[in-house]
Design a binder for this molecule. Structure first.
Ligand code: GLC
Length: 755
């Protein structure tokens, strides 16, 4: 109840004055503190709470602690596993919470555990400030989705959004409010293991997908964030993380301001425009200064240029890393430089506890603490934790939501659109379920490996493997033997002797990609290639299913296969999707978001290189990639008319409309991902070969033709000048519309300076 004094006439006036006096006396008893008023604006609630906090309480809000279950301390098991009645929290962890030394946890999972931690927090927090729980939900929580580089190959913003909503429902049902995703790094180096977490090599595709992932996690507005089936996104790693020596994780390499603006920032801008609530800074450095301390990155660019107003957290231990990298003399120095560099929250290092002393010594102004704590508190208000600290801790709901049929169906949908048909000689695919087929290879029934890295709470035994998926459709026509789920050639040759077609499941170990997992070569292991060749030599038709977290070298696989489906790490529903694609129940539509090199020696390799004055090549192999960016096949064929624009000359600042007719010239219904690239013929800075500027998809029945209209906004033609201005320069631009980045289906326009 809040008091609103009224006054109507003398009598009422006396009564009014009396009641005003009484209410003012009682005000402290009846009025709700603004920060507890769920109808008050978040900014006001934050300011009110901040005004009541001590320095120690403020600094504690900036501490993000890793949660270690007692079993990792060698103490009794993690409650909900070994003692369902009682959750066991390590005494050290309990003490830290009871002493009010934790703002949020990462790696605390599950309603049972997180509820106990929250109860302890609410029991001891003087102002009733709840804990928040973060986790790496990178591609699903329990129903594991295809790795991000796979789902990006769908080029389907809506399907990706729907898939991330699965992750949000499951993570929030398990007591989490923030995920360290989307990862939006852009790289052209498949040696780097974290390429599996990216959405490919193109900043425009990456920006649209980043926005889709954020909408999937958070919903469409700040209000949706407070629902208990959404989670806050944390877009990462800000910024320029992929700039590495030799594709080696953590070996930072300088990158230019132009690299930052043209390649690394666009996906962050996409996520921020979609309302992402937090950002994680990266292990890298810019202009020689660690990102953790970098005011140019974290204030000038992130806050002022990109307009980010949310929570900025360090990546794991980066405050300690600065010292171990030799970029800081002490952890106390790191804490001072971190807060002055714009970091709000310190993940795992605990060094931000030094801020209490630093403020007392006058080295850090309280203003900086207040700014950071305001961002920490804002995230808790936005996710509804102050209105109901237990909103995310319903054990019954947790059991209903995890691996629900709805979640598995939504995961299946994105998986079907993530797997690329790279080859299909003599239309060996689709393969009828009436056709006897053998299944072999070490990844035919490996549920854990198909989840890929960063598999959160996923369980290998819950995966639908290729074996399970194909058995469902081929039934007795599937010839298999678990002994042949290897690269053992005699066992495979014995298995396949009575069939003419063999499905071979090969690929990378899931541990070969992900964080700190790099490769200098990109071939699959010799035993897998020899196994494939032996089956080929036996005269069989071969359908290869390739599992990987990066583009691998494909020439020997392609040479020894009739058809190739690139499954990446497809997640829980992988086997069902693969079986449906092999049988033709689903027609493949995926197109690669990452260039496939012929050889690691070509790296870094991308379609969007800057234009050379002369096209040299290699004396020992073609310069071109093995599969280009945007490539993917279908069981049908499509034909494009020449693109047409609504005019030949445009005033700068006008949008450009491009139309093209796409026809299904085959015998099966299919979806075509239509891509639109521009090539700036002449610019004041060296232009790139071409750049993706729009894409859409069209579903066509056999023989059907549709007109597709693509609208290029003025920003599609912007360049960044030498003096760092974003302008549209007059001149001619070629516009390509086609099935992949090599299309020569083009038209051209002139951009004329406004008269
Ligand atoms: C890791 C990763 C980051 C992850 C964080 C928390 O080192 O760089 O992507 O979110 O630590 O696990």
């Amino acid at each position: 109840m809040s008091y609103h004094p009224k006054s109507h006439g003398a009598a009422t006036g006396r009564i009014g004055a009396y009641s005003l006096a009484v209410c003012l006396m009682l005000q402290p008893v009846f009025a709700v503190d603004v920060y507890k008023d769920k109808n008050a604006p978040v900014e006001e609630r934050v300011a009110d709470l901040l005004s009541r906090m001590t320095l120690e309480e403020k600094v504690s809000e900036m501490i993000l602690k890793p949660y270690y279950p007692p079993s990792q301390y060698g103490v009794g098991g993690h409650g909900e596993k070994e003692n369902a009645q009682k959750v066991v929290i390590h005494p050290d962890t309990l003490k830290q919470v009871q002493e009010g030394k934790v703002g949020a946890f990462l790696k605390a999972n599950g309603v049972a555990t997180n509820r106990v931690l929250q109860e302890q927090q609410m029991k001891h927090s003087r102002l009733g400030i709840p804990l928040m729980f973060h986790e790496d939900v990178v591609h699903g929580y329990r129903t594991i989705l295809p790795v991000p580089i796979a789902s990006a190959c769908s080029w389907n913003d809506d399907a990706i959004e729907k898939a991330e909503a699965v992750a949000a429902r499951e993570a929030s049902a398990s007591g989490l409010q923030l995920t360290y995703a989307p990862m939006v790094d852009v790289t052209s180096d498949p040696r780097w293991g974290r390429i599996m977490e990216t959405s490919g090599e193109d900043p425009y595709l990456g920006a649209r997908i980043a926005a889709a992932r954020v909408r999937g996690f958070q919903g469409d507005s700040e209000k949706d964030l407070s629902r208990n089936d959404t989670i806050m996104g944390c877009v990462k790693h800000y910024a320029g993380y992929p700039s590495l020596e030799g594709g080696l994780d953590y070996y930072y390499k300088d990158f230019s301001w132009r690299d930052l603006q043209e390649t690394y920032l666009p996906p962050f801008q996409g996520a921020i425009r979609a309302g992402v609530g937090s950002v994680m800074c990266s292990y890298t450095a810019y202009n020689g200064e660690p990102a953790t301390f970098n005011r140019f990155l974290n204030i000038d660019v992130l806050r002022n240029q990109l307009g980010f107003k949310g929570l900025l957290v360090t990546d794991w231990n980066t405050l300690n890393h600065a010292k171990s990298m030799g970029a800081s003399a002490s952890n106390k120095e790191s804490a001072e430089r971190g807060i002055k560099g714009g970091i709000d929250m310190d993940m795992t290092s605990g060094q931000y506890m030094n801020l209490i002393q630093l403020v007392k010594e006058g080295k850090v102004p309280m203003k900086l603490i207040d700014q950071a704590v305001a961002h920490c508190l804002k995230a808790k208000f936005q996710t509804g934790l102050f209105d109901d600290p237990y909103r995310y801790f319903d054990e019954k709901k947790e059991k209903e939501i995890l691996l629900s049929n709805r979640n598995k169906a939504d995961a299946l949908a994105i998986t079907q659109e993530s797997i690329i048909l790279l080859q299909n000689k003599d239309n060996v695919l689709p393969l009828s379920p009436d056709h006897r087929v053998a299944l072999t290879g070490w990844l035919a029934d490996n549920g854990k490996n198909q989840l890929g890295s960063w598999d959160a709470s996923g369980k290998g035994e819950e995966s639908i493997t290729v074996f399970k998926g194909m058995k469902e459709i081929w039934k007795d026509n599937l010839v298999s033997d678990s002994q042949a789920f290897t690269t053992n050639i005699p066992k495979s040759l014995d298995l396949i002797k009575d069939v003419d077609t063999v499905v071979v499941c090969l690929g990378e170990n899931r541990s070969w990609s992900g964080e700190a997992s790099n490769r200098a070569t990109l071939e699959l292991s010799d035993d897998q290639i020899e196994h494939l060749k032996a089956i080929k030599k036996a005269g069989k038709k071969i359908i290869s299913i390739v599992f990987a977290g990066r583009p691998v070298i494909m020439d020997e696989i392609a040479q020894n296969s009739d058809a190739v489906l690139y499954a990446w790490f497809p997640g829980t529903m992988g086997g069902t999707a693969i079986a449906q694609l092999v049988s033709g129940e689903v027609n493949p539509s995926a197109k690669t978001c990452q260039t496939f090199p012929r050889h690691a020696g070509q790296i870094p390799v991308s379609y969007r290189w800057h234009r050379p004055f002369h096209y040299t090549g290699y004396s020992d192999m073609p310069r071109t990639p093995f599969y280009p960016f945007g490539f993917g096949m279908s069981y049908t064929t499509f034909n494009y008319s020449a693109p047409k624009t609504n005019k030949e000359e445009y005033a700068i600042g006008e949008p450009v409309q491009v139309t093209v007719k796409v026809a299904n010239t085959g015998k099966r219904a299919g979806r075509e991902i239509v891509q639109c690239y521009i090539r700036d013929e002449i610019a004041s800075v060296v232009p790139r070969e071409r750049e993706l500027r729009e894409y859409t998809s069209v579903d066509l029945q056999p023989g059907e033709e549709k007109e597709v209209t693509l609208t290029l906004p003025p920003s599609a033609f912007e360049i960044i000048t030498v003096d760092q201005k974003r302008v549209i320069e007059p001149g001619s631009v070629q516009i390509f519309v086609g099935p992949d980045s090599t299309t020569q289906n083009k038209t051209s326009i002139r951009l004329a300076a406004a008269q």
